[in-house]
Design a protein around this ligand. Sequence first.
Ligand SMILES: [Zn+2]
Ligand SMILES: [Zn+2]
Length: 371
Amino acid sequence: MSMDITFLGTGSAYPSPCRGASALVLRTEGESWLFDCGEGTQTQLMRSCLKASKITKVFISHLHGDHLFGLPGLLCTISLNSNPQPDQPAPCVDIYGPRGLRRFLRVALELSSSQLLFPYVVHELEPADEQCPAEGRLNPALTASSDTLHPQERPGTSVRLDQHTDCYHLIDDKQFVVKAFKLYHRVPSFGFSVEEQERPGRLNTELLKELGLKPGPLYGRLKNGESVTLESGRVLSAGEVLEPPLKGRKVCVLGDCSAPLGEGFKRACQGADVLVHEATLEDGQQEKAVEHGHSTPSMAAAAALACGAQTLVLHHFSQRYKPQTLRRDGDDDVTQLKRQAELVLQGSGMEVILAEDFLTLPIAFKKNLTQ
Ligand SMILES: [Zn+2]
Ligand SMILES: [Zn+2]
């Protein structure tokens, strides 16, 4: 199964002609998952090779406008361009994000008399007080929503922190395990880890032939982990002929932060193939970055080292750092951010990539299949 990430917006604070506001799409075969949806995400999507209609899940890291203001508009445009079949109910779009997101979306859609041609559901993550300074905490009066749903809204869940793992468990299905974890920012912010389920290892066909078993349905049963009885009467368990399971790929996307909190980050992101981390300002501006709840390249590199990631992708750059291709004399140099992260990672073997709008990054299967 192919898997890739496309960056639709790599700028912080607001969309500019040089960098869109935060948004990226994780694509697997047949489905696209959107992470953050800053203003203008729908036009960025139209300029990309991706199809907005393929979006089945949306993850919002926090409620700052540069990560959220594009969502009501995007949902309306997907609806306008959809082509519902009378005999086929439209699939539901699952939306995950901090408490308050349900009300934001409901009010935006209701006040604008927006009807959607598909159902949606909002699953809210309950933040902890430690995720932001006191003035950034969500106001319960603002984030509470009534029991009256928008006509296309389906009842969502309220996801609490699992004290045992320090993570929020969002999805655990046949294909993926998705978790969220706490970050520190000016308002409660979250990171997400998406991990493919392990796949059964290869069948040792040579051994099977030695045992006199020819290719056929019994191979399928062994591959599924079942035991089979040979003609000799011997019971052959799958474990005897299956190689170790193949570890799935793991992609982690962190929202705005000046630090991850607790054990959840390391647990969820351990061994990530790709870690996407913000680097709003250069190392020399660390004090200012931290004051605003943001990170520098060195801070992002330290986080990537802590979880043993293979590749670190930096994004969410201050609009002062123009993409290298658009840089003019006197403009700040974005490539210094890459060098600053690389300095911290020297000798680790970790690759650093600077994200730019419309960059697509394929995520290959792990080289060491049994790792
Ligand atoms: Zn931001
Ligand atoms: Zn923010």
